[in-house]
Design a protein around this ligand. Structure first.
Ligand code: FES
Ligand code: FES
Length: 188
């Protein structure tokens, strides 16, 4: 009887946070598992493991990717950035500084994914307002509900120094002013 076929392993090369790796991976190994279980890069978190929460977000060639949903073997030859690659020595990345300044976390479990997602958002260049930031960060859930602070922190880095007023709030404010002005005019 022929021996059972061994696991399907593939040689891949990855740059991870600037360090080159030559790795043997099984064809079904998710990128998240490679990072956490094989390379001990545990900054990237597993939340839902189903592409629903964003906790596992990393950057592949500068583009944000859900590492639980993608196979490591698909990224041969790419550069992966995880939360461990954001700071330069003791100097925090501007996004990390902004998160601290705005108190944009509580338990911190979602924070690595939020930071990598925010960096991907900055690279995309589509966010022009606080509402855009909220929309484009909506794939990253925070069970502690730190959304308002997260949006302010990301907006500070992506849009420049604030305060950033929500466009929706601005429209309501303008509409309210208009109504109140009319009411005052009618009373006069
Ligand atoms: S762990 Fe990947 S999206 Fe939730
Ligand atoms: S800070 Fe706790 S889940 Fe976001």
């Amino acid at each position: 009887m022929p021996p059972a076929a061994g696991p399907s392993r593939h040689a891949i090369r990855l740059g991870i946070n600037g360090t080159p790796y030559e790795l043997q991976v099984e064809s079904w190994t998710p990128l998240l598992e490679l990072l956490r279980e094989h390379l001990d890069l545990t900054g990237t978190k597993k939340g839902c493991d189903h592409g629903q929460c964003g906790a596992c977000t990393v950057l592949v060639d500068g583009v944000r990717v859900l590492s639980c949903l993608t196979l490591a073997v698909m990224h041969d030859g790419t550069e992966v950035t995880t939360v461990e690659g954001l700071a330069r020595g003791d100097q925090l990345h501007p996004l990390q500084q902004a998160f601290m300044q705005h108190d944009a976390f509580q338990c911190g479990y979602c924070t690595p994914g939020q930071l990598c997602s925010a960096l991907g958002l900055a690279n995309e260049g589509h966010a022009k307002s606080l509402d855009d930031v909220r929309e484009l960060m909506s794939g990253n859930l925070c069970r502690c509900g730190a959304y308002a602070q997260i949006a302010q922190a990301v907006a500070q880095v992506v849009l420049g120094s604030g305060p950033h007023t929500s466009e929706v709030a601005q429209r309501r404010w303008i509409a309210g002013t208009t109504v109140n002005t009319r009411a005052r005019e009618e009373q006069a």
